[in-house]
Design a protein around this ligand. Structure first.
Ligand SMILES: C=CC1=C(C)c2cc3[nH]c(cc4nc(cc5[nH]c(cc1n2)c(C)c5CCC(=O)O)C(CCC(=O)O)=C4C)c(C)c3C=C
Ligand SMILES: [Fe+2]
Length: 409
């Protein structure tokens, strides 16, 4: 996929909207505004009028710019619901997502919550968890990539907030639009599926920074610099399942690993700024490697300081997670931050809804997390509290629904 493919998916009000929001994945701006914005007296801003297409080769919400509001939710099929009910559900959900992403209401029973807003870059992305295949009698069609993730030594995973038959990722540049979309999805589930868990997150608002820039997380770090770029020749191969895959229904799809990672912010903030930078191996101010340059300068992993020690320490997070240190393993990270008030311990229940995308988690998240688990300086300041692994089918063509090739294959 080229950058142009990505920009074609997006119908941007102006290039300015894209710039203000920071196109971390390098998509260019198109020129088409949402109809509601076209010269009417109640014209929407570019933030409101920007829409993302539901139909396409890949589902939306993978390579699209991170929106300012995210909602992640898992659903379980109802007792007695099987393949037929799941197919009908995916047909309903896909039709609904296409309407909502175009800025149209959720049918007759629309609650009116998003009434005055445009699409606000809404994306709705659907995935299937491991248990979905047993529930629908499709175990033979389940890829080995959905085998359970290993248990890592530092995991503190809450099963009630993990996994699930179906996964929905919602992103939008407006909190009400994001809420409205998930609420409509939940209502449309009807008797077929019920909620298992839900998490809300956020990123910078479009226009908050003077110029487009990579996101910052709640530790204050620039986070996303090393992501694979659409302009790189192996981008597609890293993120999307190839055409010749054994399970043809997943060709053009991707695997999402979702981890709710709490940041132990009180401990982190006790560290001096230079110690914080050594934990990551990059400068906090501008994300440049500790060996110098700018955010996009390649780190010099061999460089030593006057005292003979490595400038980027051996246990620095960015060193350990780099593809060169992991046999080329890479993933596209597209997280949301979260803050759910104080935890039971009184410290902030805040951190990262870490969502990463790859063609194969066994050549993406798993080897990298294995290595981080063994000796990442960041480990002392984070705790993985929930986990999910989902197969995200390719995008649906016009008239199709997401997962149709699996459910009707
Ligand atoms: C298993 C995968 C990863 C987890 C889990 C993870 C958690 C995590 N990371 C940060 C902050 C940063 N990560 C950075 C780089 C980076 N992280 C991963 C993987 C995981 N991170 C990768 C593959 C990379 C890129 C490495 C490279 O290509 O050089 C950085 C540096 C800037 C950047 O490249 O994004 C920061 C900062 C936190 C806070 C966190 C858990 C809460
Ligand atoms: Fe990281």
């Amino acid at each position: 996929m080229s950058d142009t493919d990505i920009s074609r998916r997006r119908l941007l009000g102006t290039a300015g909207a894209a710039g203000a929001a920071g196109l971390v994945l390098g998509a260019g701006g198109g020129a088409l505004g949402h109809a509601a914005a076209a010269g009417s007296p109640t014209a929407l801003s570019t933030v409101g009028s920007t829409s993302v297409a539901f139909h396409g080769e890949h589902q939306a919400g993978i390579t699209d710019r991170q929106q300012s509001h995210g909602r992640l939710a898992a659903f379980d099929l109802a007792p007695g619901a099987g393949r037929r009910e799941a197919a009908a559900l995916m047909r309903r959900w896909s039709a609904l997502a296409a309407e909502l992403m175009a800025g149209r209401p959720a049918g007759d029973g629309d609650t009116g919550v998003a009434l005055d807003a445009g699409p606000c870059s809404l994306t709705v992305t659907f995935g299937f968890g491991r248990s979905f295949f047993d529930r629908t009698g499709l175990t033979a069609a389940r890829p080995e990539q959905l085998d359970p993730l290993p248990v890592f030594s530092a995991d503190r995973i809450d099963p009630k907030r993990s996994e699930g038959d179906l996964w929905v990722q919602i992103g939008a540049d407006d909190a009400l639009v994001a809420f409205h979309a998930l609420h409509a999805i939940r209502r449309a589930a009807g008797q077929a599926a019920g909620p298992r868990w839900e998490m809300g997150g956020f990123n910078r608002s479009p226009g908050a920074t003077g110029q487009p820039m990579t996101a910052r997380n709640l530790m204050g770090q620039i986070d996303g610099t090393g992501n694979p770029k659409p302009s790189e020749p192996d981008f597609r191969q890293r993120v999307f399942v190839p055409r010749d895959t054994e399970h043809a229904w997943m060709a053009g799809g991707s695997y999402a690993v979702v981890r709710r990672i709490r940041m132990l912010l009180d401990d982190w903030e006790r560290l001096a700024p230079d110690a914080q930078e050594k934990v990551i191996g990059r400068r906090k101010s501008d994300g440049a490697p500790l060996t110098g340059g700018t955010e996009t300068t390649e780190p010099d992993l061999e460089a030593v300081g006057p005292d003979g020690s490595l400038v980027i320490p051996a246990n620095a997070h960015a060193r350990i997670s780099a593809p060169e240190q992991n046999g080329g393993a890479a993933m596209l990270r597209r997280p949301f931050s979260y803050h759910d008030g104080p935890g039971e311990d009184g410290a902030p229940d805040a951190g990262l809804l870490f969502v990463c995308w790859q063609a194969d988690p066994l050549r993406g998240f798993v080897p990298v997390q294995r290595k981080l688990d063994r000796g990442d300086a960041l480990s002392a300041f984070i705790r993985h509290e929930a986990s999910g692994l989902f197969a995200v089918p390719p995008g649906a063509a016009e008239g199709e629904y997401v997962g149709q090739r699996l459910l009707e294959g």
